[in-house]
Design a protein around this ligand. Structure first.
Ligand code: 8YV
Length: 313
C-alpha cells in the first residue's frame, strides 16, 4: 500500500508527478467541499505537502490523526504551528539554502531600483519626457552608502555579502551579536534605522518579529532613507509604512511582501516612491524546482527511514 499524502498546497508539476507515482495523493487544494474532504481522507493520511502560505494550526493538524511528516515547499513557515506538530511527534521540513541567493538578489534589485529610480527612468524614456524635459532628476549613489540589515540569517548574510561587493558600509540588527562578521552590530533596530541609508528587513515572519519595523523605526529611516522588505509583511507596521510614504516621512520603499497577499493595500499602487514586487523573490525556474524537489526528497527519505534532508524539528 502506498502511503497516503494530504496535499494542502501543491508543488510544481514535475514534482507532483513524482509524488503521484510514489504515493496516493489527496488533493485538498482542489476539493469543492473542503471540510467534508478533510473529514473523509484526513484520518488516512500519514504525510502532508504544504507551503508557508497555508495556515496549518494544531486544530487542522488534529484532523489528520495519523500524520507523521509534513513537507513544506517554502523556507518560511510562520503560518505553520511547528510546535504543535513536534508535540505530536510529526516531522516537519522546509526549503532553506536553495533560495538564499535569489532572495538576496531581489533585495539588491529593489534597493537599486528604488535608489536609482529605475521605474521613473523607464517612464522618463517611454513618455517622451527625456526629449521634452532633458535629464531626469539625479538619484543616489550606492558605493559608500550605509546598508542596515535586520536579521543576519542565511538570507541576511547573503544580502550583506552583496552590499559589501558594492562598497556599502554594513550594519545589522540581530537578537545577539554574531562573531567575526566584520559588520557593525546594533542591538536596537531603531538605532540601526537611524544610522542606515537603506534598511533591509531579512528576518523570518511570525510572532517574534511581528511589527519589528515599527512606526518609530520607519521614522528613523527618514525622508532620505529607503526601506526594503523581502521577509514577511507581518514584520512591518504596514499602516505606518503607508502613511510615512504618503507624507514623505519615509523617502522610499521596495517591497516583495505585504500583510494582505495577493491583494495588498491599494494605497501602495498610488505611491510613486515605492517599487512593488509580488512576493516573487524566490520565483525563478531553477530555484523553485530545487524547492519543489526538496519536498519530494524529504518525503522519500522519511518513508524510507533515512535522515531528512532539511528538517526543522
Ligand atoms: C514563496 C517564500 O512565497 O520560501 C518562502 O518562505 O516566501 C517564497 O519562497 C513561496 O512560499 C515558495 O513556494
Amino acid at each position: 500500500m502506498k502511503p497516503e499524502i494530504f496535499v494542502s498546497w501543491p508543488t510544481l508539476p514535475r514534482q507532483m508527478k513524482q509524488l503521484e507515482d510514489a504515493y496516493t495523493l489527496h488533493r485538498y487544494d482542489q476539493a469543492a467541499d473542503k471540510p467534508a474532504f478533510l473529514a473523509e481522507v484526513g484520518p488516512r493520511c500519514t504525510g502532508m505537502v504544504t507551503n508557508g502560505h497555508f495556515h496549518l494550526d494544531a486544530a487542522f493538524a488534529d484532523k489528520l490523526p495519523a500524520l507523521k511528516v509534513v513537507a513544506c515547499s517554502s523556507v518560511g513557515y510562520d503560518s505553520i504551528d511547528v510546535a504543535a506538530l513536534t508535540a505530536r511527534g510529526i516531522r516537519f521540513t522546509n526549503t532553506p539554502d536553495v533560495l538564499t541567493d535569489d532572495v538576496a538578489d531581489v533585495a539588491i534589485l529593489l534597493m537599486l531600483a528604488v535608489r536609482r529610480k529605475l521605474l521613473q527612468g523607464d517612464r522618463w524614456v517611454r513618455s517622451g519626457d527625456w526629449g521634452r524635459k532633458g535629464m531626469m532628476a539625479l538619484t543616489r549613489r550606492t558605493e559608500g552608502s550605509r546598508a542596515g540589515i535586520v536579521g543576519l540569517g542565511r538570507i541576511g548574510q547573503a544580502i550583506a555579502a552583496r552590499c559589501a561587493v558594492m562598497g556599502q558600509q554594513i550594519g545589522y540588527y540581530s537578537r545577539r551579536e554574531k562573531a567575526d562578521t566584520g559588520y557593525a552590530y546594533f542591538g536596537d533596530v531603531t538605532e540601526l534605522a537611524r544610522w542606515a541609508d537603506v534598511l533591509i528587513a531579512a528576518t523570518p515572519g511570525g510572532a517574534e518579529t511581528q511589527g519589528l519595523i515599527s512606526s518609530a523605526v520607519i521614522d528613523a529611516i527618514g525622508p532620505d532613507g529607503t526601506f526594503i522588505n523581502i521577509s514577511r509583511g507581518s514584520v512591518v507596521d504596514e499602516p505606518a509604512l503607508i502613511a510615512a510614504l504618503q507624507s514623505g516621512q519615509l523617502g522610499a520603499a521596495g517591497l516583495d511582501v505585504y500583510l494582505n497577499e495577493p491583494n495588498p493595500d491599494p494605497a501602495f499602487a498610488g505611491l510613486d516612491n515605492v517599487v512593488l514586487y509580488p512576493h516573487h523573490a524566490s520565483g525563478t525556474v531553477e530555484t523553485r524546482d530545487k524547492m519543489a524537489q526538496l519536498v519530494v526528497d524529504n518525503l522519500a527519505a522519511f518513508f524510507a527511514g533515512r535522515p531528512l534532508l532539511t528538517p526543522v524539528n
